[in-house]
Write a protein that binds this ligand. Structure first.
Ligand SMILES: Cc1ncc(COP(=O)(O)O)c(C=O)c1O
Length: 391
C-alpha cells in the first residue's frame, strides 16, 4: 500500500490551515523565540467552576459509563432549547428540533452528508471557516464563494450572487458573529436572507459558534428569528467559546425538524453521542449564571483595547468590529497576509493568522485572537509599539 492509493478527496485536500500555523509556531519556539500566540482562537480562560464540578460528579454516575443517546440526552436538549428561548425568544421542540453535537465542527462536517448529493452547489462565504467547503467537497458537492468585503460590512451581497448560481444552489452557509472578520449580521440582514432563500428555494446553515462573544449590550440575532427561514434553516451552536470548553467537544444543532433529523440520522450511523457526564456539565453551563459570560466579554474588550493601538502604531489598519474575540487588520499596502504574518513572527515573536487561511478573500488581512492572557496580549502590544517607535 502506498499513498498513491489514497482517495482523490484526500490527495487533493489542501493542508488544514491551522495545522500549518501550529507548525510555524513550533519552529519559532524551537529556535528559542518567546512566541506570543495570538494565532488560534482557543480561549485561555477556564470554564465556569460549577461546570467542572458537575463533570467530576457526573463522571461517577454509573449510567454515564454506558453508551449515551445518539441525539443527546433529553435533559441536554431541553437545556439547549431553554437557552434558545432565553436568548432569542424561540421555542424549539427539544424532541425534534434540537440535536447534541460533538462540537459544532462535527455538525458542520456531517451536515454535508445529511443534506447534499454529489453535484449539488453550496454557497460559502470567502473568507470563511474552512470546514464548510471541505465537507461539501468530501461528498462531491460543488462550492461557489460569496465574497465578504469590508465596505459591505463583511455580509455577502445577495443581489450580487449571479442568478445562475442562486438558481442552482441548494445550501448557503453563513457565520455570524463572523470568523475571521468579527462582523455581526443584524436581524434585518437575516430577513433579506430569508426572502432570498425563499425566492431561490435555498437551505441555510447558520454557524453561530460565537453567538455569545460580542460587545456588551449588542447581542447578535439568530437566523431562526426570521419566520421565512424557520423551515429551511439549521443553526449550529457551540459551548466551546461561550464557556471556554473547546476541549470538551459539545455543541448543538437547532432548526427545522427535517434538517435536524437528517443530521441526526447521519450521526446515528457515524458516532455514538457525547459522554453523558459532559452533557450533564454542559447543562450546568447553559443553565448557569450569565455573569461569567458577561465578565468574559469585558475581558475581551479590555484585551482588544490593549492590542488595537499597538497594531495601529505598527502600521496596520484595524477593522472596527463588534463581536468575536478576533481583531482583524488590513496589512500595509504591497504586503501579502502570509508575508506579514511571517514578518510579525520573525521580528516580534507575535503569531497571528493570515486571513488567507480562510480563503483567498482573506488576502490583505491578518487576524489576531484575544485568547491569550492580558499579560501576553500586553507583551505583544509592547513589542509592536516599541519596535514601531524606532526610527
Ligand atoms: C466559525 C467557527 N465555527 C465553528 C467552530 C468549531 O467550534 P467547535 O467545534 O469547538 O464547536 C469554530 C472554531 O474555531 C469556528 O471558528
Amino acid at each position: 500500500m502506498t499513498e498513491a492509493r489514497l482517495p482523490h478527496r484526500l490527495k487533493t485536500l489542501p493542508p488544514y490551515p491551522f495545522a500549518e500555523i501550529d507548525r510555524s509556531r513550533g519552529e519559532a519556539i524551537k529556535k528559542g523565540v518567546d512566541v506570543v500566540d495570538l494565532g488560534v482562537g482557543d480561549p485561555d480562560l477556564p470554564p465556569p467552576p460549577q461546570v467542572v464540578e458537575r463533570l467530576r460528579e457526573a463522571a461517577g454516575h454509573p449510567e454515564n459509563h454506558r453508551y449515551p443517546s445518539y441525539l443527546g440526552s433529553a435533559s441536554f436538549r431541553e437545556a439547549a432549547a431553554r437557552y434558545m428561548g432565553r436568548r432569542f425568544g424561540l421555542e424549539p421542540d427539544p424532541g425534534t428540533e434540537v440535536l447534541a453535537l460533538i462540537g459544532s465542527k462535527e455538525g458542520i462536517a456531517h451536515l454535508a452528508l445529511a443534506l447534499l448529493d454529489p453535484g449539488d452547489l453550496v454557497l460559502v462565504p470567502d473568507p470563511a471557516y474552512p470546514v464548510y467547503s471541505i465537507s461539501a467537497r468530501f461528498v462531491g458537492a460543488e462550492v461557489a464563494t460569496m465574497p465578504l468585503q469590508r465596505e459591505r460590512g463583511f455580509l455577502p451581497v445577495l443581489e450580487e450572487i449571479p442568478s445562475e448560481l442562486a438558481r442552482r444552489a441548494k445550501l448557503m452557509w453563513l457565520n455570524y458573529p463572523n470568523n475571521p472578520t468579527g462582523a455581526v449580521a443584524p436581524l434585518g440582514y437575516w430577513r433579506e436572507v430569508g426572502a432570498f432563500a425563499a425566492e431561490h428555494d435555498l437551505l441555510v446553515a447558520s454557524d453561530a459558534a460565537y453567538a455569545e462573544i460580542y460587545r456588551e449590550g449588542e447581542p447578535p440575532a439568530s437566523a431562526l428569528q426570521v419566520g421565512a427561514l424557520a423551515e429551511r434553516t439549521i443553526e449550529l451552536h457551540s459551548l466551546s467559546k461561550t464557556y471556554n470548553m473547546t476541549g470538551w467537544r459539545v455543541g448543538f444543532a437547532v432548526g427545522a425538524a427535517w434538517m435536524v433529523g437528517a443530521l441526526g440520522t447521519v450521526k446515528t450511523n457515524v458516532d455514538s453521542g457525547i459522554f453523558g457526564a459532559v452533557q450533564e456539565a454542559a447543562i450546568a453551563a447553559l443553565d448557569g449564571p450569565t455573569e461569567v459570560v458577561v465578565a468574559q466579554r469585558e475581558t475581551y474588550r479590555r484585551r482588544r483595547e490593549l492590542l488595537v493601538p499597538a497594531l495601529a502604531a505598527a502600521g496596520l489598519d484595524v477593522v472596527d468590529t463588534t463581536a468575536t474575540f478576533y481583531v482583524l487588520a488590513a496589512v500595509p499596502e504591497g504586503r501579502t497576509a502570509a508575508d506579514y504574518t511571517r514578518e510579525l513572527l520573525d521580528s516580534f515573536g507575535v503569531l497571528c493568522t493570515p486571513a488567507t487561511a480562510f480563503g483567498p478573500g482573506g488576502e490583505g488581512y491578518v487576524r489576531f485572537s484575544l485568547t491569550a492572557s492580558d499579560e501576553r496580549v500586553e507583551e505583544a502590544a509592547r513589542r509592536l509599539a516599541e519596535r514601531s517607535a524606532r526610527p
